[in-house]
Write a protein that binds this ligand. Structure first.
Ligand code: DAK
Length: 263
């Protein structure tokens, strides 16, 4: 594994974990963190081995408390544009990876941290989680998808409340689960066990079926229903040209565990 300065990566069987490792700055995202995450995703991930990518923050206090505010102090508009492109590129990579991405959130997930979590397929929150979009407190707008993704997850009025009142409206792990922002919520000390359950479930699924399902669900966010249904029918048909579905169906009918390989 590559040595990084602001993140740690671990590869264990089907899981690849990226730990944002700046606990003294509550894991704030500076350019180095973003570059290292991008490199870890593009160069260290092995699609034949890894089925799940987990993002977490080092320490007990924060997942990620946002973009690094100190690093933005002297930023020029051109530099801010490059920073924006880097952040958006990571969001796109996470969204289009053929494997499942999970944000494991304990403590603060603010600004760019809330947005990084929302870019993932699943958010597993500890009860200590605090989600918020406090960019307006700094005289900024959200820049990593917050104004777009949050409204789709939690609806107009809660998104407006969080985005317009900033630190005035952070939501807990429990509330995030109730409003559909978090996929699951558990006590902090049960987070790892809960993620183990998810990984155990995913390794029993067909990798191509999961990748296609992820693509269809993501595309549904910006497609008409008719176009989405047509894409789903095409993907369903394609399954029948693959060994993966033959194996899944045969295993079920033979009452055995399927052995899925990448086609
Ligand atoms: N950046 C840098 N350092 C941070 C930080 C941050 N976002 N958040 C916390 N820290 C540092 C603090 O400065 C402090 O450092 P020392 O003073 O110890 O050196 C240390 O972490 C511990 O923080 P506190 O002492 O403040 O801890 P408290 O428990 O008192 O308060 C807090 C915790 C999370 C409520 C507070 O730290 C806080 O309000 N932090 C800032 C949260 C915030 O405003 N986040 C949004 C940042 S703006 C873009 C992509 C993304 C973005 C923008 C553009 N492009 C793609 C265009 C995103 C923008 C943002 O996220």
């Amino acid at each position: 594994m590559t040595d990084y300065t602001t993140i740690k990566t671990t590869s264990k069987g089907p899981r690849f974990t990226i730990t944002i490792n700046r606990p003294d700055a509550l894991n704030a995202l500076n350019e180095t963190v973003l570059e290292e995450i991008e490199e870890a995703l593009l160069e260290n991930l092995d699609a034949d081995q890894h089925r799940v990518i987990i993002f977490e923050g080092a320490g007990e206090k924060a997942f990620v408390a946002g973009a690094d505010i100190a690093g933005m102090k002297e930023m020029t508009p051109d530099h801010a544009h490059e920073f924006a492109q880097l952040g958006q590129s990571i969001g796109n990579i996470i969204a289009t990876l053929p494997v499942v991405t999970i944000a494991k959130v304990r403590g603060f997930a603010l600004g760019g941290g809330c947005e990084l979590a929302m870019a993932c397929d699943l958010i597993v929150a500890g009860k200590s989680a605090r989600f918020g979009q406090p960019e307006v407190n700094l005289g900024l707008v959200a820049g990593f998808g917050g104004t777009q993704r949050l409204v789709k997850r939690v609806g107009l009025h809660l998104a407006m409340d969080m985005l317009l009142t900033g630190k005035g409206r952070m939501i807990s792990g429990e509330e995030a689960f109730q409003v559909g922002l978090a996929s699951r919520v558990v006590d902090d000390d049960k987070l790892d066990t809960e993620i183990d359950k998810i990984v155990d479930a995913i390794v029993k699924t067909g990798p191509m079926a999961v990748a296609e399902t992820k693509r269809l669900v993501r595309d549904a966010q910006h497609m008409s229903l008719d176009a989405g249904l047509a894409a789903e029918a095409a993907a369903f048909a394609l399954c029948f040209s693959r060994d993966e579905s033959k194996e899944g169906i045969d295993a079920f009918l033979s009452k055995r565990t399927p052995k899925f390989m990448q086609d």
